[in-house]
Design a binder for this molecule. Structure first.
Ligand SMILES: [Mg+2]
Length: 308
């Protein structure tokens, strides 16, 4: 059987079964050492798959740290330390240094520290970050309860539009286009939500593959139905302008666009914090699956082995 036949999630399920792991299945692995709950995660950025060499190198470094912080924060943890494995072709030193300027800026922004790593020569540039965090209370995908509200931390779909704009390789971009590109190149993990998630969320994950796929994962893990309303899903004015210009539907970008790195979480609706940019997009009900406006929603987000 080819990997494209079972997809990324089918593959992970097979590997989990071999390891007989009871832990695998969340954005990070929670490990108890004495009284501390440590969160472990890793994420790789690969040239020509996640980025192209003509992107500003400092944004590649920023993103490599941010995507890992996003997973740690999603599970209610503080990012602490990172290790970086670099695979490099024989390339310009200044390029690699610029990548590390981005890594340093991100580490300072999120108050974490890169404490080591290793280097190997290879055909393409690859940056793999392992990150360690610590949580007072681990919040995974499992705990959503009937009656909870379903929330997201901000607008969805911008990153996919930004990527499409980048691939157009236009000579010049309008301001709203540059903002969308920035969302793709330089996402910011929602560390401002950390206290809220840690204190109130019953279930939480980050939206890295697209809302439809990530909501499906959360619904399966919690064994509940998520009923979402399309009119509630936050869309930025930049994405609305982009879609109008190109004859596309913003909701499709929000549902299937990956790499937004917003948070998807549940808790009782009255826990809504008006000082955070959170939006309630639905409710948790008894049952299974994800429903949008009363109709079943298929997961159409990103899958590494099912790309066209
Ligand atoms: Mg994640």
């Amino acid at each position: 059987m080819r990997l494209s036949e079972i997809g990324e999630f089918g593959l992970i399920e097979r590997l989990r079964a071999i390891l007989e792991s009871q832990v695998i299945g969340d954005d990070t692995a929670p490990i108890k050492i004495k009284e501390a709950t440590l969160l472990l995660t890793c994420d790789v950025l690969l040239q020509d798959r996640h980025f192209k060499l003509n992107y500003p190198p400092s944004t590649i470094g920023w993103k490599a740290i941010s995507v890992n912080v996003s997973d740690i924060v999603a599970n209610g943890g503080n990012p602490l330390y990172a290790l970086i494995s670099l695979v490099l072709p024989d390339m310009d030193l200044s390029y690699v240094e610029e990548v590390y300027v981005g890594i340093k800026k991100a580490s300072q922004f999120y108050s974490c520290e890169v404490v080591g790593g290793n280097v190997s020569k290879g055909e393409k540039l690859c940056i793999d970050v392992f990150m360690l965090g610590q949580a007072e209370r681990f919040v995974g995908r499992k705990g959503a309860r009937e009656g909870d509200g379903v929330f997201v931390s901000g607008a969805l779909g911008d990153s996919k539009a930004g990527l499409e704009l980048l691939l157009m390789e236009k000579k010049s971009y309008e301001d709203f286009e540059l903002k969308l590109i920035e969302k793709h190149l330089r996402p910011t993990a929602r560390i401002d939500f950390l206290k809220h998630i840690s204190k109130y969320a019953t279930a939480s994950m980050d939206i890295s593959d697209g809302l439809s796929s990530d909501a499906d994962q959360l619904s399966k893990a919690s064994d509940v139905r998520l009923s979402l309303l399309s009119e509630k899903i936050p869309i930025s004015k930049e994405l609305a302008t982009f879609c109008k210009k190109h004859g596309k539907k913003p909701i499709e970008y929000a549902l299937s666009g990956g790499e937004d790195y917003q948070l998807l979480f549940t808790h009782p609706p009255d826990r809504l914090n008006p000082f955070l940019s959170m939006v309630q997009i639905g409710i948790v009900e008894k049952g299974e699956g994800v429903f949008l406006d009363g109709r079943p929603l298929e997961p159409t987000g990103f899958d590494h082995f099912r790309m066209i």
